[in-house]
Design a protein around this ligand. Structure first.
Ligand code: NAD
Ligand code: DAU
Length: 335
């Protein structure tokens, strides 16, 4: 089996490649990535010499680069995207280009190269927001209502993927998952930002009143969900993937991190809210549990401890990331 992974140098893509190489050493993995600010080949240094892994630097918006990379490939697992909501508010154009146009370029090349499965990694943000005091959850039939340029561009990509299935018969599957966390996550996202800021003696910036709710999914659990969808999922189907059974708000998450790192709650600082900030996400993951037998391996608290200890042990990794171009973004976002 030859698998083309797009965006394999990013957070989830690199975790997925490490997971796949460990569990399916007989398969060939091609990592196709543009290496934007979010792409980091250091995540994959343990397997860079492994003969079943190769890297191709390329842009999913470039028709010929994509076509060449896809020759002889059986499956495409598509992670490549601009992924950070705050950046989509600063500069939406790159999100439309990569997430919408890039996905369409991949879909065309998949038809041309007779790809046997195109798996599209999407987000629960396409469904919009839920109210704080409701017990509603997103599921596979929730209508789309994206509210940021990021989620609008991901919604566009989901629609394109489904349209290539209905119109051209491309064998697709889609997962819409919730907020991932774990090793190698770029420290612009709240959990690694909070952990690394505290280790550096900086505060955790919490937007607005801090009562916003996210559904937390450990990245390795996400990888095992994609694995099951690839092997047992039904072509044409969508599966929602979440990690929680109960709500936890951002302030509670920040307090847990403060406690685990033995710091004071004075290190939590309320800052200006994100425009259009979605109030609550909660994902109903009973379809993937019932049909494919998937569930998260551990609780949020256990995975959070694990994640914090990874960032403590891997200071070299995130200090390098935080010292580059990211500094300028941080100053602009939190000025
Ligand atoms: P990330 O930002 O960490 O990584 C994105 C990767 O895509 C990077 O390696 C980057 O270099 C690459 N890339 C960007 N533009 C490209 C282009 N034009 N051509 C080729 N490569 C390009 O993202 P992530 O957090 O790992 O997310 C991966 C996927 O999962 C995305 O599609 C995202 O929408 C989705 N998702 C993420 C989360 C989450 O919590 N992180 C949750 C739900 C869904
Ligand atoms: O729900 C899935 C989505 O989760 C993915 O599709 C996105 O790619 C991913 O970035 C993530 O989006 P969020 O906007 O939810 O993640 P982020 O880590 O940016 O923010 C999580 C919550 O924390 C959100 O309510 C905003 C808040 N926040 C975030 C930052 C960066 C803060 O309070 N302070 C911050 O500094």
């Amino acid at each position: 089996m030859k698998i083309l992974v797009t965006g394999g140098a990013g957070f989830i893509g690199s975790n997925f490649i490490l997971y796949w190489v460990k569990n399916y050493p007989q398969d060939q993995i091609i990592n196709f990535d543009k290496l934007t600010y979010a792409g980091n080949l250091e995540n994959l240094k343990d397997i860079e010499k492994n003969p079943s892994y190769s890297f191709v630097k390329g842009d999913i918006c470039n028709v010929s680069e994509v076509d060449i990379a896809m020759r002889g490939v059986d499956w495409v697992v598509h992670f490549a995207a601009e992924s950070h909501v705050d950046r989509s508010i600063m500069e939406p154009a790159a999100f439309v280009m990569t997430n919408v146009v890039g996905t369409q370029v991949l879909l065309d090349a998949s038809l041309k190269n007779n790809i046997k499965r195109f798996h599209h990694v999407s987000t629960d943000e396409v469904f919009g927001q839920l109210l704080l005091d409701s017990d509603q959850k997103f599921n596979e039939s929730t209508p789309y209502n994206p509210r940021s340029p990021y989620s609008a561009s991901k919604a566009g990509s989901d629609h394109l993927v489904r349209s290539y299935h209905y119109t051209f018969g491309l064998p697709i599957t889609i997962t819409n998952c919730s907020n991932n966390f774990g090793p190698y996550q770029f420290p612009e996202k709240i959990i690694p930002l909070a952990i690394t800021n505290l280790i550096e003696g900086k505060r955790i910036p919490i937007y607005g009143d801090g009562l916003h709710v996210r559904d937390w999914l450990y990245v390795e659990d996400h990888c095992s969900a994609i694995d099951l969808v690839l092997s047992k999922g039904k072509v044409g189907e969508t599966y929602c993937v979440g990690g929680m059974s109960e709500d936890i708000n951002n302030l509670e998450v920040a307090k847990k991190i403060v406690r685990i790192l033995g710091k004071s709650e004075d290190m939590i600082e309320f800052v200006k809210d994100r425009p259009g900030h979605d109030r609550r996400y909660a994902v109903e993951w009973s379809k993937i549990k019932k049909e494919l037998g998937w569930e998260p391996l551990h609780s949020f608290d256990q995975w959070l401890e694990e994640t914090i200890s990874w960032y403590k042990k891997n200071e070299n990794w995130w200090r390098k990331v935080k010292s580059g171009e990211y500094k300028k973004y941080y100053e602009q976002q939190y000025k």
